[in-house]
Design a binder for this molecule. Structure first.
Ligand code: 5GP
Ligand code: ZN
Length: 133
């Protein structure tokens, strides 16, 4: 995609702090400076999000997520990770190129990386009847 910031990062047109790279995927530092070690994993090929991505590419992305996450916990002194993804603007996606956020965690680091939901509005049985496959 001509106008996509993450396509430009993946092609090298825009620089990034590259953490890991393979044929299909790239992991680089998020520029947000919102939490230490915030990393993004993207496919080099453009997909908007999980919903339009083919299974093979999604597998490659998640394999890289695991490789980077294992590196963080085995080599970099972290204990765990939060993995975050927004697929569609309705879910809060701001950059329309598939990406998984990796937030490295240490025990008792005080980071709140879990959304605070305000409580379900619909009856669970009603929703279950709608979503069951
Ligand atoms: P989203 O809200 O789509 O889940 O996350 C988009 C992320 O991309 C944000 O965390 C934002 O900081 C990051 N981001 C946006 N533009 C750039 C950029 O040019 N370079 C890098 N490294 N990260 C970016
Ligand atoms: Zn793109």
């Amino acid at each position: 995609m001509n106008d996509c910031i993450f396509c430009k990062i993946a092609s090298g047109e825009i620089p990034c702090m590259k953490v890991y790279e393979d044929n299909r995927t790239l992991a680089f530092m998020d520029i947000a400076k919102d939490v230490d070690g915030h990393i993004l994993v993207v496919p080099k090929k453009h997909f908007k999000n999980v919903l339009d991505c083919d299974e093979e590419t999604l597998y490659a992305v998640m394999k890289t997520v695991k490789t980077v996450s294992n590196h963080l916990t085995e080599q970099c002194g972290y204990d765990g990770v939060n993995l975050l993804n927004a697929s569609d603007e309705s879910a809060g996606q701001s950059v329309p190129h598939l990406h998984i956020h990796i937030i490295p965690r240490k025990r008792n680091d005080g980071i709140d990386a879990w959304p605070r939901f305000e409580g379900a509005r619909e009856d669970i049985q009603t929703v279950f009847e709608k979503v069951k496959m």
